[in-house]
Design a binder for this molecule. Sequence first.
Ligand code: NAD
Length: 256
Amino acid sequence: MLNGKTALVTGSTSGIGLGIAKALAQQGARLVLNGFGDVDEAKAEVAALGGQVGYHGADMSKPAEIEAMMTYAATEFGGVDILVNNAGIQFVSPIEDFPPAKWDAIVSINLSAAFHTTRLAIPHMRAQNWGRVINIASTHGLVGSPFKVAYVAAKHGLVGMTKVVALETATTGITANAICPGWVLTPLVQKQIDDRAALEKISVKQASDELLDEKEPSKQFTTPEQLAGLALFLCSPAADNVRGAAWPADGGWTAQ
Ligand code: NAD
């Protein structure tokens, strides 16, 4: 389905990004991976599924490094046809104790990075009149939760940016949409579960159950594979006229 297309997934060395990268590779896309941690393992997992795999280690908080990554994708892969803005970090604290440096880091990685990748990817997409921008936002792009001021602000911003990009490209073959997951059991959420277990002196299992009970009627985590299925749908011809959506995959969290 995606033979001949190049996909860049930011933050694709673990969790949701890696899941989406694998699904896109399975459909025949060439992949440019990005992110920290076990890069070789991620590259091997994606390469095992077929096509060409590249990697650029740009730090998404640094615009100059993002520009270098987009140049790499253009020169080595002919440009980005499918852009998945996924890299993200979290920090949890009451606003009065929230370190300003954490605010800056979250806003730059979770929001500004997507501005830079998108502005640099759109000219190539326009030239061929086809493209997909898929922003991994969050339930927290739609509703708030206490102690996550930077994350909630950045994700609401990302949903807003998705709408603007969708409108600016509305008469073209480029679409921009956001996916808004609830809880997904990745390293980002495991840390919140571990912190909660330590704080409340309860087991990790109990902390995980509490986290789900609090927010999700389904009491189930969404999986990276399910989110990858949604991303594939957004890349398909059936989604040619899906524009500016912010699609929850949250076990009913935002239906309440
Ligand atoms: P994760 O921690 O497993 O993965 C995050 C990825 O981003 C990793 O590859 C990491 O190396 C990369 N990354 C972090 N900082 C970076 C930087 N400065 N530059 C480049 N790469 C960087 O987390 P995840 O849960 O898979 O999260 C992926 C996205 O999904 C994030 O945007 C997150 O906000 C969003 N999300 C996650 C959940 C959840 O429950 N896990 C829910 C909603 C939204």
